[in-house]
Design a protein around this ligand. Structure first.
Ligand SMILES: [Zn+2]
Ligand SMILES: [Zn+2]
Length: 239
């Protein structure tokens, strides 16, 4: 999913909308109507990025009581049909057209947040353990981060974070305590030169559900002296 030659080719060649299969001449494979009909998150908590049902409330009651250790989590879309299917196709069936389209939507949604000097110094994709990477052949978070790096001209550090041991999926865990224990000390930081200079970083992932992965990474990053950790992902899911 190299965005440079890929997007040039997409500009020249007609493609099909991933949802309604109409013919398109866009740089990514979703038509305007299907894109407008996606489950956009409008009213969200400014901290955890979850949909808030109380309009006009900036921070949800859970984050007010127990704020997460990252600065913000942003997702433009809810992990609901058809976004869940597009992400599953991307992750488990190497459907890069789905991954690229959703990554472009995320990049577009970040334009306002990242305008002027608000752009992070460095993008850090959430890593996969080597065994998972071998199985899948690619890290979906890195593919998303590549599109953000290209669209926002932001440096990307592909090897800044390492998954040291494989862990069972967080969504299979019962409570926050079990999820925390599952993920604790499972990541390592590789302090490259660009990493050492970064004050504000953005963690990039495909879906954030339980927040335990990004909380663990944010605590490692903050201990290493990073001032601001924002999380951005394609879609936000709730358990
Ligand atoms: Zn369509
Ligand atoms: Zn919240």
């Amino acid at each position: 999913m190299d965005p440079e030659p890929g997007s040039r080719a997409r500009q020249l060649l007609p493609t099909l909308c991933l949802i309604c299969h109409c013919t398109l001449h866009r740089t990514y494979s979703l038509c305007g109507d299907c894109e407008a009909d996606l489950p956009w998150l409008d009213s969200v908590c400014g901290k955890c990025g979850e949909e808030t049902l109380e309009p006009g409330v900036d921070i949800c009651s859970r984050c007010r009581l127990d704020p997460p250790n990252f600065d913000s989590c942003f997702a433009p879309l809810a992990y609901r049909p058809p976004v869940d299917k597009l992400i599953t196709n991307f992750k488990f069936h190497a459907d890069f057209a789905s991954g690229y389209a959703l990554s472009r939507i995320l990049a577009g949604s970040l334009a306002q947040r990242w305008r002027g000097d608000k752009c992070p110094d460095l993008l850090l994709p959430v890593p996969l353990h080597e065994s998972r990477l071998r199985q899948r052949g690619f890290n979906q978070a890195l593919e998303i981060a590549k599109v953000l790096a290209s669209e926002h001209k932001t440096p990307l550090c592909a090897r800044g974070l390492r998954k040291l041991r494989p862990t069972p999926p967080q969504t299979g865990m019962q409570g926050a305590r079990e999820r925390g224990a599952n993920i604790r000390a499972s990541f390592g930081l590789e302090r490259t030169a660009e990493f050492r200079k970064a004050r504000r970083v953005a963690l990039v992932d495909d879906v954030v559900t339980t927040m335990s992965t990004v909380m663990e990474l944010a605590s490692e990053l903050k201990q290493a002296g990073v001032e601001k950790v924002e999380v951005c992902c394609l879609a936000r899911a709730v358990l």
